[in-house]
Design a protein around this ligand. Structure first.
Ligand code: ADP
Ligand code: ZN
Length: 734
């Protein structure tokens, strides 16, 4: 910890150490500016010819020629970073082996941090209705309504509505939109913890009581809130939020998917009478800046956001909820490689806050922490109200009569027909975007690959292009085979959601079939609107990727058909079984949330597979115990530690040379009993033209892995063209 008490203010001319966002490996000395500065102050300092942002990190070292030391240019208009935040960033840096400047960048991801508070012209919904309505005008009003009373700037509003500024001005002239000058960063409306609470069931009440008491206790603790989808977990953790608000402490709710925030914000508004602050890639820059500043001033009580919200400058964070805690999107896969679930626990332990991990299918790590007595567990056993869990059954594909190039079995087809006749919805789940995963030449057998990656191009018929799911590169579908030149012999192999939709439409010509896949919508907002429309009955059959598995409510949905339950079981990933188990249960949980019970049918070629059997029998404890025993025997997480090292370079020789040298010179790792595996080509050996080689380090739990890794890596000279990334607790092995 930094000595906050003794030296929390520096006088003009004192030596201060400033951490900047620039990639330097040290804190630089500067002179405190006129008027002095506080420890933790956000400042602007000269660095070479430029001015860069930074934070006063402590007293200067004084190991530099004093005559050459320059002064801090100015102190920025933002609340100084608290000691506990500096500690948090330092601990995350140590854990993930990330340089501090990169941590600071993560903690300052808001535009115009240093700009003085100023006025700006904003637009919000007015009281009058326009005399004449046009499509463009309607769009503007719809956007304002959707932002729920928030003000937007002229350019934000025009852009969100997809209209010209003159349309907005026209509405202003008629009083349908109001125009006013407001301070750039408005405080958020107060949330009232005492309005809108639902009458809780017995289960919910006892869970809520435990969580409220934990929050009131004011110390650190983590609780797994476990319950099937629809059991009312959200209602329960909102009670914990209410308690934090009542105590005047801040709360943070992390969601795995932006598309889920809309529904959640509406619930918060109903519960607390106003909307909370939002932090994710879908909010405007203005809102981002507002959120960052208000959180730092303690003027945002509740933040709803994506994983990076964990690095906002909370003044007094009393509660962090990680909803759908098992979700893989909590692991940041580039830049700073952190797992938001684990770092939430770290942050809470530093600020004496409570953590709630909510899930129907917790990850094995969390399950093990409950077993070990580190986390508390609250279980909600029933679905709320009339809704009951769906019945799960396998469709043995070996016994189904299905021609090649078709994926909906006769059994599944009959089940869908029954739903259509009753006016209910069916979901066909296939976790593959696009039309077909492989395009094959029937003349020479070649498959169309990406020019920059060792990956096959996926046909996207909707976009009329082939796309690489590794690098995002696209190209038009060729007429001739690029390998042999044969014409019109290229054909799709295997199904993607678009192809499944085609088959479905031909099987059920009168049904309204929609595809829900993340790549088909331009914006998160368009997707949200579409989901709401479907939930209200705007489709009969939904074809979806894992996007639909995440928490959306479809009250009319009573059948889930999993097209390929075996898909996730292939591959060598350590978590393949766990992922499949979670995903299948999540997807099945989409059915029967309303009054009518649901059914989930899993198409599989291996109904005897232990994972498939565990899914069908619902024997969760049995599944976890077996999985835990296997991992324990193999010494892998959560019973051992792992780190992945990925080396990448345009030069294939370079990555293998360094990889080989690293494997040979493993002294620092051997000292702690860790083993190095590799180097081996990464599962996708080339991405964006860079060759990738990986090493895997395995160690016992409880050894100082990070320190040993740092020592090990420091032995080597890294060529400028080579990138080395260290992934502690790797989630995926790409
Ligand atoms: P989960 O978070 O476990 O998926 P939710 O909290 O979203 O479950 O609850 C499922 C549905 O049941 C929601 O529509 C929610 O509003 C409703 N619900 C849950 N608990 C109650 C309650 N005590 N009173 C009224 N409605 C409730
Ligand atoms: Zn590619």
């Amino acid at each position: 910890m930094m000595p906050d008490q003794a030296t929390d203010h520096f006088d003009e001319g004192d030596l201060v150490g400033v951490l900047t966002t620039q990639p330097l490996d040290r804190v630089l000395d500067y002179l405190a500016p006129e008027g002095g500065c506080h420890l933790g102050a956000f400042v602007e300092v000269p660095l070479g010819p430029r001015l860069v942002p930074g934070v006063v990190w402590g007293p200067g070292k004084g190991d530099f020629d004093r005559a050459k030391i320059r002064a801090v240019n100015r102190v920025l208009d933002a609340a100084p970073m608290l000691a506990v935040m500096r500690e948090f960033l330092t601990r995350v840096a140590d854990y993930t082996l990330t340089p501090m400047p990169a941590m600071l960048r993560l903690a300052t991801r808001a535009p115009g941090l240093g700009d003085p508070q100023s006025m700006r012209r904003v637009y919000r919904l007015g009281s009058a209705t326009p005399k004449r309505m046009t499509d463009a005008r309607e769009k503007v009003l719809a956007v304002l309504e959707e932002f729920g009373g928030l003000a937007l700037t002229l350019s934000e509003l025009a852009e969100a509505a997809g209209v010209g500024a003159s349309v907005v001005k026209g509405l202003v002239a008629q009083g349908a939109v109001s125009e006013e000058d407001a301070p750039r960063d408005m405080p958020y409306p107060r949330l009232d913890p005492d309005t809108g609470g639902k009458h809780l069931t017995e289960d919910q009440t006892s869970g809520a009581t435990i969580l409220r008491a934990a929050v009131r206790g004011g110390s650190y603790g983590t609780t797994l809130l476990k319950g099937v989808t629809g059991s009312g977990k959200t209602e329960v953790y909102l009670e914990a939020v209410a308690e934090a608000l009542a105590m005047g402490r801040q709360a943070l709710v992390l969601l795995p998917e932006i598309a889920l925030t809309g529904e959640f914000l509406t619930r918060v508004e109903a519960r607390f009478g106003a909307r909370p602050a939002e932090w994710h890639s879908g909010v405007t820059m203005t809102e981002r800046r507002r959120c960052w500043r208000m959180v730092g001033q303690g003027a945002a009580q509740l933040v709803v956001g994506a994983r990076s919200a964990l690095f906002l400058p909370f003044r007094d964070l009393g509660l962090i909820v990680v909803d759908e805690e098992h979700d893989t999107s909590y692991k940041q896969e580039d830049g700073v490689l952190y797992n938001a679930r684990d770092m939430a626990v770290l942050r809470a332990s530093l600020t004496s806050a409570q953590v709630v991990l909510a899930s129907a299918t917790p990850c094995l790590e969390t399950w093990a922490n409950v077993e070990a007595g580190k986390y508390r567990q609250i279980t909600l056993s029933d679905r709320f109200g009339a809704a009951v869990l769906p019945v799960m059954k396998a469709i043995d594909m070996r016994a189904e009569d299905l021609p090649g190039g078709r994926w909906v079995s006769p059994t599944l087809r009959r089940a869908v027909t029954a739903r259509l006749e009753r006016g209910e919805q069916a979901l066909l789940f296939l976790n593959r975007r696009g039309y077909a995963p492989v395009t094959l030449c029937r003349a020479c057998g070649a498959q169309i690959g990406c020019d920059h990656c060792d990956a096959r191009m996926v046909e996207h018929r909707f976009l009329k292009r082939l796309m690489c799911h590794q690098c995002g590169d696209t190209k038009p579908m060729p007429v001739k085979c690029p390998a042999c030149g044969a014409e019109d012999r290229l054909s799709p192999v295997g199904p993607g959601v678009e192809r499944l939709a085609e088959e479905t439409q031909s099987l059920f010509p009168d049904a309204r079939v929609v595809v829900l896949s993340s790549d088909l919508y331009g914006s998160a907002r368009a997707l949200k609107a579409h989901i709401a429309d479907i939930a209200a009955g705007g489709a009969d059959i939904i074809i979806g990727t894992q996007l639909v598995a995440k928490g959306h409510n479809f009250p009319l949905l009573t059948l889930v058909g999993v097209i390929d339950a075996d898909l996730g079981l292939q591959g060598s990933d350590l978590r393949a079984a766990e992922r499949t188990f979670q995903l299948m249960r999540q997807v099945a949980g989409r059915a029967g949330r309303g009054e009518v019970p649901g059914e989930a049918l899993l198409q599989t070629f291996q109904p005897e597979h232990p994972v498939i059997r565990a899914i069908l029998s619902g024997d969760e404890e049995g599944f976890w115990r077996a999985e835990a025993a296997e991992r324990r025997a193999a010494g892998v997480p959560p019973y051992g530690r792992m780190a992945g090292i990925i080396l990448s370079s345009p030069n294939v020789q370079e990555v293998f040379d360094l990889g080989g040298a690293m494997a040979r010179n493993d002294g620092p790792l051997r000292k702690i009993g860790a083993q190095v595996f590799g180097p081996a080509p990464a599962p996708i050996a080339r991405v964006r033209g860079r060759h990738r080689v990986r090493l895997l380090v395995k160690a016992d739990k409880g050894v100082p892995l990070q320190a040993a890794l740092a020592q090990w890596v420091a032995q080597f000279k890294i060529p400028a063209t080579l990138r080395l990334a260290i992934d502690i607790d790797p989630q995926s092995f790409l």
